[in-house]
Design a binder for this molecule. Structure first.
Ligand code: SF4
Length: 283
């Protein structure tokens, strides 16, 4: 039976993008190919908030006890090796059991599944068919992969997803919410903007782009990236979303980002988990 290393598994409301407001199970896998230490920092500088926690990592016994950070990646514990012990490796059976326990009626109704990270399209692609075909997942109708858009789909996983489309066997809809990383993340453009990869997602589901914006410069970077994606044939929607894993930062620029989105004819995505739940772990 396949196994997945799970950083978090919880039930909440999707706060971002296409399914904003939809009750959702979040499955946060462990591991990421980026570190995004530039978020919330002046350009060219890197956050040390999460790395400073490494020395005291042994003091935290569970995910919920970890401090929230206001700069850098707000899901740092889902990929930093020093926090790996907080993420158990679970069989797909155990994951399906746990999901059945946390959804309100012990069966899928209107709930949607979000597979997030870290970067969920790293090696775990091999385990998803086992999980999604599990009898306890039979009522699930909508799935989103929240990805940074850099990981190609394996041929096996692509074939598996294509089968849903071709045969409409399961009547399931798959979405790729692609949070492509702009230079404000601290990642390099050539590593982070991968239009051909995202074009492939569009062949097996719905894909949209979501850019985290803090400044006018980020907005200009997003416009440049959108051009590259469009030139490659990408047809999906584009969302601008305010930076801010904590409320004080989010509240500073959410309105400004909404206005930028309106002026550019792009979609605005909120981060409902910040005002509603303070972006605490498990929300
Ligand atoms: S891609 Fe996402 S999970 Fe990975 S480091 Fe960046 S913000 Fe964090």
């Amino acid at each position: 039976m396949a196994k997945i290393k799970i950083a978090e598994l919880f039930y909440s409301i999707q706060g971002e993008g296409r399914y904003m407001g939809v009750p959702s199970v979040f499955l946060r896998t462990f591991g990421c190919n980026f570190s995004c230490r530039g978020f919330g920092m002046p350009r060219g500088e890197f956050s040390t908030e999460a790395t400073e926690l490494i020395q005291v990592a042994h003091m935290f016994e569970k995910y919920e006890d970890l401090p929230l950070v206001s700069t850098g990646c707000d899901s740092y514990a889902s990929w930093m090796p020093e926090f790996k012990s907080l993420s158990p490796m679970l069989t797909t059976d155990a994951i399906a059991d746990r999901i059945t326990e946390i959804i309100p009626h012990s069966e899928w109704r209107d709930e949607h599944l979000v597979i997030t990270g870290g970067e969920p399209l790293l090696g775990w692609q091999r385990a998803y068919p086992d999980l999604l075909d599990h009898p306890k997942m039979a009522g699930l109708k909508e799935i989103t992969f929240e990805t940074n858009g850099t990981q190609k789909l394996t041929q096996e996983f692509k074939d598996y997803l294509r089968e849903w489309q071709d045969l409409n066997r399961t009547k399931r809809e798959v979405t790729f919410s692609v949070s492509a990383k702009l230079p404000c993340s601290g990642e390099k453009w050539e590593d982070a903007i991968c239009p051909q990869v995202v074009r492939e997602y569009e062949q097996v589901g719905t894909a949209y782009l979501k850019f985290v914006i803090a400044t006018k410069q980020d907005f200009e970077d997003a416009e440049r990236a959108v051009k590259e994606f469009r030139n490659a044939g990408f047809t999906g929607h584009v969302y601008l979303m305010p930076v801010g894993g904590v409320e004080s930062v989010y509240a500073l620029n959410n309105k400004a980002v909404a206005l930028m989105a309106m002026a550019a004819g792009l979609r605005y995505s909120d981060r409902l988990q910040v005002p509603l739940f303070k972006n605490e772990w498990g929300t």
